[in-house]
Write a protein that binds this ligand. Structure first.
Ligand code: G1P
Length: 290
């Protein structure tokens, strides 16, 4: 595959989930039986990325430990004949080569991506924002990589959102060039209500060009006083040094960056799991009858 590395910005403090995130990385919160991060890592792996780069910060030790070997636990499971669980533990620690770099200051998503430069420079690489969890037949990152392989350049995932929601996202100005594929000419991070150039929002999947690094390095702060990734991609789109494409992804998205979104994702995924579905229906039926 043309894209071998995938960067995960995971330095965020997770203040929306305090106090649970005081010690635990928000990416380790469970979505049914797996931590949020493993959905993103599996997606990267199933999209052909063999190396994962996690840009971490303080209180993220649990992430490193999760993907590490756990000899004591493995021995215990083996000695008790719990072979399925033993295999599962080995599979998690072997899923990919995972490298960790530290974002020392919370200066924004663009800055987090720049922290990955020592590992990702000189090649196209994927970016997954793990708060956006996608359930799809074909991994969403792979849908983007296919367009990159065919048309070249930078690619972002797009979703059409309602006009009231445009101020929460990066919004593009684009033209559809084939069904579900847009050429992007401009973009704006979190436009003020009523000023968005379209209803197409960037969702947390990207194929980025190595051209992004010098742009990010020289970039001023943008929306929210942060160094924004959207502003750097916009420079590539506006100058046309190389094309920027948007792919209206096929799949379901769960925004696990908020308590409501995380809870809905758990309920939805539990309803998708035959052994758990009835638990939800029984509770709802009982509470409705009260
Ligand atoms: C980030 C990006 C934004 C994008 C969003 C998708 O925003 O800056 O362009 O639309 O992710 O989830 P954040 O959610 O970090 O505020």
């Amino acid at each position: 595959m043309s894209v071998n590395k995938c960067l995960f910005p995971v330095a965020g403090l997770g203040t929306r989930f305090l106090p649970v995130t005081k010690e635990l990385a928000k990416e380790m919160l469970p979505l049914v039986n797996k931590p949020i991060i493993s959905y993103g890592v599996e997606e990267a792996r199933n999209s052909g990325c063999e190396s994962i780069v996690m840009v971490t910060g303080r209180a993220k030790k649990s992430l490193e430990d999760y993907f590490d070997r756990s000899f004591e636990l493995e021995e215990l499971l083996k000695s008790r004949g719990k072979n399925d669980l033993y295999e599962l533990m080995i599979k998690i620690s072997n899923i990919a080569e995972i490298l960790f770099v530290r974002q020392r200051e919370p200066l924004g998503l663009g800055h987090a991506v720049l922290c990955g430069e020592p590992i990702c420079h000189g090649e196209y690489f994927g970016v997954i924002l793990p708060d956006d969890v996608f359930i799809s037949d074909e991994p969403v990152l792979s849908q983007l990589i296919k367009i990159h392989d065919r048309l070249g350049g930078t690619v972002v995932a797009l979703e059409e959102v309602s006009p009231e929601d445009t101020s929460r996202y990066g919004i593009v100005q684009s033209e559809e060039v084939e069904p579900g594929v847009h050429r992007i000419f401009d973009m704006v991070e979190k436009p003020k209500p009523g000023t968005a150039p379209s209803n197409y929002a960037i969702m947390g999947r990207y194929v980025l060009s190595p051209l992004i690094f010098p742009i990010l390095a020289g970039q001023n702060t943008g929306a929210g006083g942060e160094i924004q990734l959207t502003d750097a991609i916009k420079k590539i789109a506006v100058t046309g040094i190389e094309p920027v494409w948007g792919v209206v992804y096929k799949g379901r998205r769960f925004d696990c960056g908020t308590q409501k979104g995380w809870l809905s994702a758990n309920v939805e995924l539990a309803l998708d799991t035959p052994e758990l579905r009835d638990v939800i229906y029984e509770i709802v039926d009982r509470r409705r009858a009260e």
